[in-house]
Design a protein around this ligand. Structure first.
Ligand SMILES: [Zn+2]
Length: 173
């Protein structure tokens, strides 16, 4: 039977129980705006974000990226934002209360995960989930082949690595 993830943190000394869930409150594009810009061109809720520039609007939704932990039932969860096309965003918004099983969109990951450095935006499929769960991010494999996050999502990580990542992400931003 798969176990529950728990560890004594080498940073804070606490026992952290449950598979880690590290969440970003906004896409990086929004987070990097000034307060004035946030008020004038940005819009942020728990699941939706838009930024309206003179030349168009950027659309983002909150999603989850799962990394399986070997031998553990619940995956390591990254609560991240992805950008969608206007059309996809509108479809997701319209079906938010009653998502259609199997539906998905193309998106770009819009958070820089410090423990998984990456020079650009990661392309992904964003697949809706039922039962009030946020859509799932399935990273595109392929280019580059050595992206650690893609490898971890595909192959899973050890308990030791999950602990190391959680400690870094929770205590060093
Ligand atoms: Zn800790």
């Amino acid at each position: 039977m798969a176990a529950i993830f728990a560890f004594k943190c080498s940073c804070c000394g606490d026992i952290h129980e449950g598979s880690p869930c590290i969440a970003f409150r906004a896409p990086d594009h929004y987070a990097s705006l000034s307060d004035e810009q946030k008020a004038s061109i940005g819009k942020l809720s728990s699941d939706f974000c838009t930024i309206t520039h003179d030349d168009g609007t950027d659309y983002f939704v909150r999603a989850v990226l799962e990394v399986p932990i070997h031998g553990i039932e619940e995956p390591f969860l990254w609560g991240i934002w992805v950008s969608l096309s206007q059309k996809s965003f509108e479809r997701y918004y319209e079906t938010y209360e009653a998502p259609v099983e199997g539906e998905g969109f193309f998106g770009w990951v819009c958070n820089n995960i410090s423990v998984y450095p990456y020079a650009s935006y990661r392309p992904a499929d964003v697949v809706v989930q039922l039962g009030g769960q946020r859509p799932k991010v399935i990273l595109h494999t392929g280019d580059p082949k050595d992206d650690q996050l893609v490898m971890d999502q595909t192959e899973g990580i050890s308990v030791a690595r999950a602990q190391e990542l959680a400690e870094k992400a929770m205590h060093y931003g």
